[in-house]
Write a protein that binds this ligand. Structure first.
Ligand code: SF4
Ligand code: SF4
Length: 219
């Protein structure tokens, strides 16, 4: 899309639509700590997200690592309402490419040469076996099917999903305790908990010490 506008007015509107996905070009920013992993969130392959190309909520074809959002509106965590971008001099490639008046360059970056957790972490990093186990045991590839047929799912599948949501939560809590991870690193290492991905599909979730995570499919 091209409009009559020719330069950035610094309004920050684009930064209020969430943080950008990182690309290979940004690897040194993370490795050097300029953008620490505490500022990142992983979107696992198959998670449902808004696709700006189609305007629809669709599964991501590749794993993405994005800058976290903050506040109720999930603005990019580096956006300051007064000062604008607080990492402007070393903002990621997608932010440099973004011209709201001419979106061709930023559209060309969608799901192209993006960074994943394995690109960022050294290959002998202690957390990688746990990341692989999470992807193998609690994959996201079924979410689209649930999105399309939430009201027609069998009782058996609902039970399986409830068990998976509870097991995945216990899995990540065990790993956090075993390696004494900071909770602020969790969204990068493991992305959002599986039950939250179901919540985004309209499934109501409750949790109690006695019953654990329960899914409610009543709306
Ligand atoms: S690129 Fe556009 S939306 Fe983003 S800050 Fe500049 S003028 Fe505002
Ligand atoms: S990193 Fe900076 S330019 Fe990029 S979205 Fe965040 S606040 Fe905006």
């Amino acid at each position: 899309m091209t409009t009559a506008q020719e330069e950035c007015k610094g309004c920050g509107k684009c930064c209020k639509q969430g943080g950008p996905a990182l690309h290979r070009h940004d690897l040194d920013l993370v490795r050097s700590g300029k953008i620490p992993i505490t500022s990142l969130i992983t979107i696992r392959k198959g998670e449902l997200v808004h696709n700006p190309l189609t305007g629809a909520v669709q599964p991501v074809a590749v794993e993405l690592v994005k800058i976290k959002g903050a506040g109720k509106q999930w603005d990019c965590c580096y956006h300051d309402g007064t000062k604008g971008c607080t990492i402007y001099d070393y903002r990621p490639q997608a932010c440099r490419a973004l011209k709201c008046w001419d979106t061709e360059a930023v559209i060309a970056l969608i799901e192209k040469d993006t960074l994943s957790r394995t690109d960022i972490l050294q290959e002998d990093h202690f957390i990688l076996p746990a990341i692989r186990e999470q992807d193998r045991t609690y994959p996201c590839h079924g979410l689209q099917k649930i999105q399309g047929s939430r009201h027609q799912l069998s009782a058996e599948l609902k039970d399986q999903l409830e068990k998976m949501a509870g097991d995945e939560m216990r899995f990540r809590m065990q790993i956090i305790a075993r390696f004494q991870l900071q909770l602020s690193d969790e969204l990068f290492y493991f992305g959002r908990p599986f039950f939250q991905l179901l919540q985004a599909l309209g499934v109501r979730v409750s949790e109690s010490p006695s019953a654990g995570i329960r899914l409610h499919w009543d709306r």
